[in-house]
Design a protein around this ligand. Sequence first.
Ligand SMILES: Cc1cc2nc3c(=O)[nH]c(=O)nc-3n(C[C@H](O)[C@H](O)[C@H](O)COP(=O)(O)OP(=O)(O)OC[C@H]3O[C@@H](n4cnc5c(N)ncnc54)[C@H](O)[C@@H]3O)c2cc1C
Length: 346
Amino acid sequence: MSPWDLAVVGAGPAGTTLARLTAAAGARVLLLEREALPRYKPCGGGVTPKAWPHLPPAAAATVRWRVAAADLIYGGRSVAMKARGAELALVMRDEFDAALAQAAVAAGASLREGVRVTGLEERDDGTVEVFVAGGPSVRARYVAVAAGALGAPLFPGRGPRFAPALDVELIGDGRIAAVTGDFACVPVGYAWTFPKRDILSVGVASWAERPGGLPAAVDGYIARMGYGGLPVRIRRGHRIPVGGSLLASDLVRGRILRVGDSGGFADPIFGEGISYAVASAVAAAPAVLAGDLSAYPRAAEGELLARFRKLAGLRRAFYGGMGAWAAAVGHLPALGGAALGWALSR
Ligand SMILES: Cc1cc2nc3c(=O)[nH]c(=O)nc-3n(C[C@H](O)[C@H](O)[C@H](O)COP(=O)(O)OP(=O)(O)OC[C@H]3O[C@@H](n4cnc5c(N)ncnc54)[C@H](O)[C@@H]3O)c2cc1C
């Protein structure tokens, strides 16, 4: 069989977006996902406005809740912030990612679920051989590693650094409707609540040099917020790439490229990764279609990586100054609204 134009490893926001865009432009695309869809992904499911112009309409249909306000908690004090003109959309990742995968298939990509990719090897005939567990290998002219935080072993080169995170889904009754961020419960990090009707996504992440104690931090947060009586649906640790820890030159090796978490694309301060996974795929698609992968690192540098490095330099000051910031927002609510609007739409 003739090789695929592109094989994409992983059907998260990065892989499904790259598969959809390239298939829609006429490429023969194979999307390989190790799990059966829909599948759970540890994630708050907060999607910021910058993602939506690049997402298919079916993704919008999975939004469970939209908020333009958040409560900032610091040291037991809570201040309300209301953004003007920007909303956070809240999704369940199983529903959202399944809709993205269906849109890729509708655009012409072939999806194989329950297929775990175990290795990649470039061949002299201008193809990459893709090895899968328990089955025959496949060949493609280009391969995109979009396997999230698990993608590092597949890519021939150093991987991004990661921050640890913990996701807890609680079964609520729909009455808790506020997005909340507590910035004093872990060093260089925060705990959050993202309400999604009957599900309450709670989590914690830390960018500290030696992060530790995340389970105790999230338990303390759950108790302080009064969620202690809610049944736990799932509780799982995972990792968020530290944005800015890879260079543009780390993104491509020969005929293999990496996008999304596998390429280190996440906001270096908040860990937002969905919109950046999509943006990295948007940057990569024209390079794949033109058969010139070197165009991808250039696009990613200009649109994403330069900004990540600047924000990474501000991370310590951001978290270190949070106490003073919470006090200032308490006196000047408009300041908090402006900051929340900036955080959602920048
Ligand atoms: C606790 C937590 C909370 C978060 N909250 C938010 C949030 O609220 N908002 C936000 O924007 N970001 C959030 N993030 C970050 C966000 O989840 C990621 O940045 C985003 O999912 C990255 O998308 P991706 O497509 O690169 O990878 P993923 O979404 O991880 O998708 C990768 C896919 O590849 C598959 N895969 C892995 N290995 C293989 C293999 N060998 N073969 C085949 N398939 C494979 C996986 O099964 C998976 O389906 C959070 C992260 C964590 C850990």
